[in-house]
Design a protein around this ligand. Structure first.
Ligand code: ATP
Ligand code: MG
Length: 454
């Protein structure tokens, strides 16, 4: 049924190995044999196996350790445990740790093939789901809306840049579509069928960020109960998107630089240099050249990252795109079949607005208007822009707290939003003014869903 699958048999009992292989080959499967755990590990590293039939009681290494390695290395390799009568408890434990099932050695002639067939059936279903997901991705391509001259120019550059394998730095104010552009580049690159992994450098403290990026070995620190692969490893042959790269601390910068120089890295607590082939796209709303001048960002790292720089212009500098974007968001936000439209006055309100939160802000204004407008034509009053939200709430001069805000949380939320808008959504300035770190501000924006952050 699933003859194209590769099976590996690992048991130190030669005779059992041959008997199992015979059973599998008779059934039409391809199978290889190894006699100990280390051999199994190197075989799995070298060849794509779909299933491992694994004896628990091996000579040089316990079967549980091999199982652990395999599940850590590639979860999609199914494992069937062979256990002796005395090892049943352990075998059940292995199933809890990710083995597909176990069979008792003395019954293998009856139980092996049905179990192998079930494991491979499950595997084939998972593969089908993965293929379908990829197909789905193809029919819903990333849509970047914009016909203004700067956007057309940018998209042309981005398509060319996608074909190269160079690292790319995307600059642009908040909400201009940096993350969207990064995805677009990945989808248009030769790496499109491999992983696209993203991490926000502003959202984690240093130590966590380092372990997310480079992974760690078991025992590297108290909580490191198992070995964990880092994102540079997971995105091998794919793209790694480092969002808010400007927030990367001076401690992590040299570590990233080392990786960019030769593709080599070490897991935390590891002694081996590992290699990974990753294309880095990063994004920032800071001016990294200025940050380099101020010694907040390493110049050598900047030059590794900005081999190609793409700059997304703010929405206020390409007002011709507003109409198209409004249409696009009306299409995707209208739940019913009847698409709502904007009255001329409503469109004028938008054309006169400066959009400090750029496209994201426009998206949320439209979403709100679609939900709350009473009929199919959205009126000017139904366009809610922060400057108009109960003038007193965002009054730039007055610090008076609106009466309807009661809890400390309400007031904190209101005040952060007020300072954010006073600073035209510049997070660095806002954090400075509020006396909190950019990471804390970032997390508060997320928790309170300020400036329409998803
Ligand atoms: N040109 C565009 N066409 C369609 N949708 C867009 C466009 N630009 C941005 N968007 C949408 O606007 C929202 C914000 O975009 P995105 O998250 O990519 O911005 P960003 O620059 O990464 O923002 P931030 O700096 O705040 O992280 C997303 O929902 C995105 O799909
Ligand atoms: Mg972003």
């Amino acid at each position: 049924m699933f003859k194209h699958f590769n099976i590996l048999i690992c048991d130190d009992d030669e005779i059992i190995c041959y008997l199992i292989k015979e059973l599998l080959v008779e059934e039409g499967y391809k199978a290889d044999i190894v006699y100990d755990g280390n051999e199994a590990i190197s075989a799995i590293r070298q060849k794509n196996y779909d299933l491992l039939i694994l004896d628990l009681n091996l000579k040089t290494m316990r079967g549980e350790e091999v199982l652990k390695f395999v599940k850590d290395y590639d979860k999609s390799v199914e494992v069937i445990i062979l256990s002796a009568e005395t090892e049943l408890k352990l075998a059940v434990q292995c199933v809890k740790q990710g083995a597909f099932d176990f069979i008792q050695k003395q019954f293998y002639t009856e139980e092996l093939l049905p179990t192998v067939n079930r494991a491979l059936y499950q595997k084939s279903l998972l593969q089908k789901t993965e293929i379908l997901e990829k197909e789905l991705d193809k029919i819903s391509p990333i849509e970047i809306i914009g016909k203004s001259e700067p956007m057309l120019k940018l998209l042309k550059l981005a398509e060319k840049a996608a074909q190269s394998d160079s690292n790319i730095l995307i600059e642009g104010e908040t909400g201009t579509g940096k993350e969207l552009l990064a995805k677009f580049i990945h989808k248009n690159s030769t790496r499109k069928n491999n992983s696209y992994v993203t991490i926000n450098c502003a959202s984690l403290p240093d130590q966590l960020l380092e372990s997310e990026l480079f992974g760690y070995e078991k025992g590297a620190f108290t909580d490191a109960k198992t070995t964990k692969r880092g994102l540079v490893e997971i995105s091998n042959r794919g793209t790694l998107f480092l969002d808010e790269i400007g927030e990367l601390s001076l401690t992590i910068q040299p570590k990233l630089l080392r990786f960019l120089e030769n593709g080599e890295y070490r897991r935390i607590g590891g002694i081996n240099n590992l290699k990974s082939d990753v294309r880095i796209i990063c994004a920032t709303n800071r001016n990294l050249m200025e940050e380099a001048e101020k010694k907040n960002f390493r110049r050598d790292l900047l030059f590794r990252l900005n081999v190609i720089t793409l700059n997304i212009p703010p929405l206020r500098e390409r007002k011709e795109d507003i109409n198209l974007l409004v249409d696009h968001f009306l299409n995707i936000k209208s739940k019913s079949k009847i698409k709502k439209t904007l009255s001329d006055e409503a469109l004028k309100v938008l054309m006169d607005y400066s959009f400090p939160g750029n496209v994201r802000e426009l998206e949320h204004i439209i979403e709100r208007a679609v939900i709350f407008s009473d009929n199919n034509i959205i009126k000017a009053e139904e366009i809610v822009i922060p400057q108009n939200v109960g003038k007193q709430k965002f009054n730039r001069e007055s610090n008076e707290i609106p009466e309807d805000l009661v809890t400390l949380e309400d007031i904190e939320k209101w005040y952060i939003q007020k300072v954010l808008y006073q600073n035209n959504l510049d997070r660095t300035k806002t954090a400075q003014q509020l006396g909190i770190s950019i990471k804390t501000l970032y997390n508060k924006i997320k928790t309170y869903r300020l400036i329409g952050e998803n």
